[in-house]
Design a protein around this ligand. Sequence first.
Ligand SMILES: CC(C)(COP(=O)(O)OP(=O)(O)OC[C@H]1O[C@@H](n2cnc3c(N)ncnc32)[C@H](O)[C@@H]1OP(=O)(O)O)[C@@H](O)C(=O)NCCC(=O)NCCS
Length: 181
Amino acid sequence: MALFSFYSLLTILNITHRNRLKHMNQQSELVFRFLAEPTDVNFGGKVHGGIVMKWIDQAGYACAAGWSGSYCVTVSVAGVRFKRPILVGQVVEVTAQIAHTGKTSMQIFIRVKCGDPQNNILSESNHCIISFIAMDKAGYPVPVPQFVAKTKEQKKLEQYAIKMKEIAIETESLLHRTVEE
Ligand SMILES: CC(C)(COP(=O)(O)OP(=O)(O)OC[C@H]1O[C@@H](n2cnc3c(N)ncnc32)[C@H](O)[C@@H]1OP(=O)(O)O)[C@@H](O)C(=O)NCCC(=O)NCCS
């Protein structure tokens, strides 16, 4: 009986949480736009790869926190690709969109584009799937609202994100089988 009450309470809290999110104009996608600055440069004169990863993490975090209504932590990044360098002074556009949700995790597709601000023609420089876990105030994973892919593109992206999550988990278990912690 005590167990039943505990789970009933959790269900009520979860529904309340979801309703609160509905009122918050929950969004599954966001875009950051800014200029690459001289302080972002590496020894080769282009934007540092670590800086790009920081932008990816920040956009992914904002998307995950906005979707879940919780503080979130990064758990893995999969399929990171650096396709072209980003130059100082270029416009950078980082798009983050929920691709898949698990129980406590969110797989977010990130696409980074860059280009000359004078013509605003942007080309893709990076993409990846970054996974976040929603956390409660005590630091434990909490369930997230489920994302339902509706369009054909969203459904295809969800399949890709599921595959990337599986690869990230499999890669980790391969490492455990290879080296001692
Ligand atoms: C994130 C963290 C809480 C996960 O804890 P954990 O015990 O390993 O995770 P669990 O086994 O409970 O799994 C939680 C979720 O993560 C998913 N997960 C686990 N490993 C993963 C990976 N490599 N990639 C993607 N998702 C992964 C699980 O599938 C599960 O998802 P689901 O609930 O949607 O099914 C823990 O690893 C942690 O605190 N990491 C440090 C986070 C951090 O400091 N990030 C950088 C600064 S924000």
